[in-house]
Design a protein around this ligand. Structure first.
Ligand code: CMP
Length: 159
């Protein structure tokens, strides 16, 4: 039940200086950061990460958005981490994401607005969709020696 999941703070989240507040939410709930890197994504890597979206009409906008600035990539570890992080992130469209979620609290774009601008929807963050996807995405972004093993104070003093 202890899972790893991939989270990206996308260029819009980095440029809006929301990284600290987003990471704080994951730490507050008890998730453990086991890998982290800031990096630029190029077109080839965007097509690997977003393989399922390459044929979608919004892919050109998505590639432009994910390559326009550095992203912060991280692996979070925790109980049912994949499902938990998706719940915290909220739905794809910020306008309809629930209040209390990261997208619902920090972003406002809608599908019609993105379509009118010919861009991908700016929703700050990417999180693996399910356990299988998480395994593939963690392996795509991080080598095994970049994923760290350590005990948090909670693990040291609670269990
Ligand atoms: P993300 O969770 O990173 O996964 C794919 C991304 O594509 C998604 O967040 C949005 O940024 C974008 N996206 C998904 N669906 C649409 C859509 N219908 N129109 C524009 N952008 C989209």
């Amino acid at each position: 039940m202890i899972e790893h999941t991939l989270v990206l703070i996308k260029p819009d989240g980095v440029q809006r200086a929301l990284a600290g507040r987003i990471i704080q939410r994951f730490e507050d709930v008890g998730l453990k950061m086991v890998a982290m890197r800031m990096q630029w994504v190029d077109g080839d890597f965007a097509r690997k990460h977003y393989a399922e979206h390459v044929e979608k009409p919004f892919f050109a906008g998505l590639e432009a958005m994910i390559t326009e600035g550095p992203v912060i990539a991280m692996v979070l570890e925790g109980v049912h981490a994949v499902e938990l992080v998706r719940k915290m992130v909220g739905g794809t469209e910020p306008k309809s994401s629930s209040p209390g979620t990261i997208r619902g609290d920090f972003a406002m774009h809608s599908y019609p607005y993105a379509d009118a601008k010919g861009s991908a929807i700016k929703n700050l963050i990417h999180a693996s969709g399910n356990v299988e996807e998480a395994k593939g995405e963690v392996a795509l972004w991080f080598s095994e020696d970049e994923i760290h093993t350590y005990a948090t104070v909670h693990e040291k003093h609670t269990f």
